[in-house]
Design a protein around this ligand. Structure first.
Ligand SMILES: *Cc1c(COP(=O)(O)O)cnc(C)c1O
Length: 339
């Protein structure tokens, strides 16, 4: 039995999801004619109370199109030093949009409105890159699945409004935060200019992300998506999986969160473990004692059929998900305890 905790992206579609895909009505989405893609877009926009939504092949592309949408080459965007848009999108902000990132020194991927305020530079000074965008991530990936305090997000919004900055949410795992904190999609829809969500993470679809925002912004985003090569044809087969995921796999995220908390508790008791980050959702980040090499530890666990990865800076990460069963969970706990 292979226990894969590398990411919540490793899930495979269930029979029921595959059936939904097989029966999807499709058309050419580049012409706006795919009824299932249209259904998904309306469903997501309505859920978040936003005007419009667009289906994307990946979360990276959804974020990159949002950055392009909100900036001009030479501009500056603000994000946490752990941000996916900065660390894990291949330098896309610079490559695709010619944008500089100003990194904020947050905690677990989350900065404060005060930190943002202090980092802001004068838009009138021609020496300085022009500030145009703030991007936050909820839950934070490299921050260990941490959830933002909604009040802080509102304060950041206020800073954005005062300084004419656009506000983008990388919500690859937003549903984990919504479930963990009992928040509603509409709260978020009311706060941000654009939001990206992933269906291919904890929700278990094989492919797909959605970007949402105003109708005008999504018209522009549609053009940029085409420019970036992300216009898809009979994408309804994929949108059907996304619709199935939204209808069936949101509430069950609590189970992933419980399992992650169990793993954190077990790791905390292991003497080879140095530190375990607090767990709020489905990501466990931990470090091991200095005299054990990370790659050696990963390889040893691999021999026991447990797969996970490092996140840089000595951090190791385990992610729970839909395909991580109760049986695997028990086995994983036993192996960790016996290591
Ligand atoms: C996974 C992820 C994305 C997008 O990833 P894709 O693999 O391109 O779909 C964006 N932001 C965060 C925080 C993520 O974890």
């Amino acid at each position: 039995m292979e226990i894969n905790l590398i990411s919540d992206t490793v899930t495979r579609p269930t029979k029921e999801m595959l059936a939904a895909m097989m029966h999807a009505k499709v058309g050419d989405d580049v012409f706006g004619d795919d009824p299932t893609v249209n259904e998904l877009q309306v469903k997501v926009a309505t859920m978040f109370g936003m005007e419009a939504a667009l289906f994307f092949p990946s979360g990276t592309m959804a974020n990159q199109v949002a950055i392009k949408l909100h900036t001009q080459p030479g501009d500056k965007m603000y994000c946490d030093k752990y941000a996916h848009v900065y660390n894990f999108e291949g330098g896309g902000a610079a490559f695709n949009s010619g944008v500089t990132c100003s990194l904020l020194n947050g905690k677990r991927g989350m900065f404060t409105a005060m930190q943002l305020k202090q980092a802001l530079t004068d838009k009138g000074n021609i020496h300085l890159p022009y500030s145009s965008l703030v991007c936050i991530e909820n839950t934070t990936n490299k921050g260990g699945g941490a959830c933002w305090d909604f009040e802080e997000l509102k304060k950041i919004k206020h800073v954005c409004e005062e300084n004419e900055l656009k506000y983008h949410l990388d919500g690859a795992r937003l549903f984990n935060a919504l479930v963990a904190k009992n928040e509603s999609p509409k709260q978020y829809g009311a706060l941000f200019d654009t939001i990206s969500i992933c269906l291919s993470k904890g929700l278990g679809a094989p492919v797909g992300s959605v970007l949402m925002g105003s109708k005008l912004d999504m018209q522009k985003a549609s053009r940029i998506r085409k420019l970036f090569g992300g216009g898809m044809r009979q994408a309804g087969y994929l949108a059907a999986a996304a619709i199935y995921a939204l209808d069936n796999n949101v509430e069950r995220l609590v189970q992933d969160h419980e399992k992650a908390k169990d793993l954190a508790a077990v790791l905390t008791e292991c003497d080879f473990v140095k530190h375990v980050e607090p767990v709020e959702t489905n990501i466990v980040i931990f470090t091991i004692q200095d005299d054990i090499d990370n790659d050696f530890f990963i390889a040893k666990m691999k021999e026991k059929n447990i797969f996970f990865i490092g996140m840089g800076e000595g951090k190791l990460r385990m992610v729970t998900h839909l395909d991580y069963t109760d049986e695997m969970h028990q086995k994983c706990i036993d192996i960790l305890r016996g290591f």
